[in-house]
Design a protein around this ligand. Structure first.
Ligand code: PAF
Length: 281
């Protein structure tokens, strides 16, 4: 049976006798198939699974995005129950940021480009809340979607640098049949924007296909993605990147693994997607 807990104290008490190892899936709710894939992976690898549902105000640099973030806790809890999650932690804000809370976790260079540049303060908010979750839950493993590739890198770096004992596991992006990566934001797309949105995946496929056939120029791959996006009038690109997969520095030449990533606006909805180009060996 899935238990829904609200306070830090209830969570600590419930975890005291939970069978180990324990898998944690941090979420902001509005769960979709991408989250289900994280729950399934956590369930397969751990006798205990905890999911958190918390729309984290500190990771929204635009207040309106926080307010309009979609929420439906009852539906989320029933999805968790169907996926065999043991504990759902769905706290109010002051159980996460306790009175007098005055700590921010800032990860360095890899949190600055791409999403970090577009959304100042975003990764501080993510790293801070995930550090709290890791501290409270003490899970052996935590599961995140590779769709937010830079987020995974930031959290991994934080866990390594702060010697947090939770292993960070990235799970593959789940897509609609037309290639659109699942995201809680997709619900905001108007029908014409929804029809246009698979252009992100097409741009990534075109560039990764070129790389697979031997192209190693970062600029050629960036230009390829820009051209695919330019053919879709509703798509307004924010950034197109071919970056080193470890440092996120933009690449002139791809000699090792690289991350293709892009952020594109459709009206007021901002979508991101990425593909990892893994160098053999
Ligand atoms: O990816 C998300 O849903 C959030 O950034 C996370 C990791 C749950 C932190 O609030």
């Amino acid at each position: 049976m899935t238990r829904v807990l609200r306070s830090r104290a209830e969570l600590r008490a419930a975890l005291a006798d939970a069978p180990r190892p324990l898998g944690l899936v941090p979420t902001m709710g509005w769960l979709h198939e991408g989250h289900r894939s994280l729950f399934k992976r956590a369930r397969a690898q751990n006798p205990s699974v905890v999911a958190s549902i918390f729309v984290n105000p500190r990771q929204f640099n635009v207040a309106a995005d926080f307010t309009k973030y979609p929420r439906n806790e009852a539906r989320d809890v029933s999805i968790c129950a169907a996926e065999g999650v043991d504990i759902v932690w769905a706290p109010p804000v002051d159980e996460v940021y306790v009175p007098g809370f005055d700590t921010t976790v800032t990860v360095g260079a890899i949190s600055r480009p791409l999403e970090g540049a577009a959304r100042p303060g975003h990764f501080d908010g993510v790293a801070t809340v995930v550090a709290i979750l890791f501290g409270l839950v003490g899970a052996e493993r935590a599961y995140f979607g590779q769709k937010d590739a830079q987020q995974v890198m930031v959290i991994r770096r934080m866990a390594r640098d702060l010697a947090l004992p939770t292993e960070v596991i990235a799970c593959p992006t789940v897509r609609e049949p037309d290639g659109l990566a699942l995201s809680s934001r997709n619900v905001h797309l108007a029908p014409a924007e929804r029809a246009a949105a698979p252009v992100l995946h097409r741009a990534l496929l075109e560039a990764s296909g070129l790389w697979r056939s031997g192209e190693r120029s970062g600029e050629v791959l960036r230009q390829t993605m820009r051209s695919v996006l330019a053919a879709e009038p509703l798509a307004v690109p924010e950034y197109v990147s071919v970056a080193d997969a470890l440092t996120l520095a933009e690449l002139d030449r791809i000699d090792a693994s690289a991350l293709l990533s892009l952020a594109v606006r459709f009206g007021s909805t901002r979508l991101i997607d990425n593909e990892l180009l893994e160098a053999p060996g």
